[in-house]
Design a protein around this ligand. Structure first.
Ligand code: SF4
Ligand code: SF4
Length: 165
């Protein structure tokens, strides 16, 4: 996750030539760090649990969050953009705090809270599903949910929020 640039863990040089992959975990252990964990950078629960576990030790620990850059063309082709389901979004704002540039405030307001609903810009969304994991109201279906809904209940996820600001 380096913004397109290769690093010693990618197996490619800056000139895009194949090279040795440096494994960070044995490197860190060789420096005398006993507590090393590797986690998918998009696994929100996994990251939280790994942080808690590593922070419980009275000595240095290292967490390796492993993922390719989400903006690489092959990553963009692999995943589809997500969307917000208007009927489920309460405008709670939790997804706004992720800092994802694809999540915008809609011109649509929640009737009770009078807060703006969330809106996902499909041109910017990489489909990483982090927002889907964090939404407490199930308002951002992930890929599996979208696929299941399309197979069994075509109308369930059919009303995305569209009024951007
Ligand atoms: S999409 Fe989910 S997390 Fe984002 S504002 Fe709506 S209810 Fe809250
Ligand atoms: S899926 Fe990822 S990139 Fe798309 S809106 Fe959610 S957090 Fe942003």
């Amino acid at each position: 996750m380096t913004g397109h640039q290769p690093n010693p863990g990618t197996g490619f040089t800056l000139q895009q030539q194949a090279t040795e992959v440096i494994e960070l975990e044995p490197l860190v252990r060789a420096l005398g760090i006993h507590h090393v964990a590797t986690i998918d950078a998009y696994d929100v629960d996994g990251l939280e649990n790994a942080y808690k576990d590593l922070m419980s030790h009275e000595e240095p620990a290292v967490l390796v969050a492993r993922r390719e850059c989400a903006l690489l063309p092959e990553a963009r082709r692999r995943w589809v953009p997500l969307h917000v389901v208007e009927e489920k979004c309460t405008g709670c704002g939790i997804c706004f705090r992720i800092g994802c540039p694809a999540i915008l405030k809609s011109e649509e307001m929640d009737e009770k809270s009078r807060k703006p609903l969330a809106l996902i810009d499909p041109a910017q969304c990489t489909g990483c599903e982090v927002c889907s994991q964090l939404c407490p109201h199930d308002a951002i279906p992930n890929r599996d949910q979208i696929r299941l809904a399309e197979e069994h209940q075509p109308a369930t996820f059919s009303t995305p929020v569209t009024g951007g600001s």
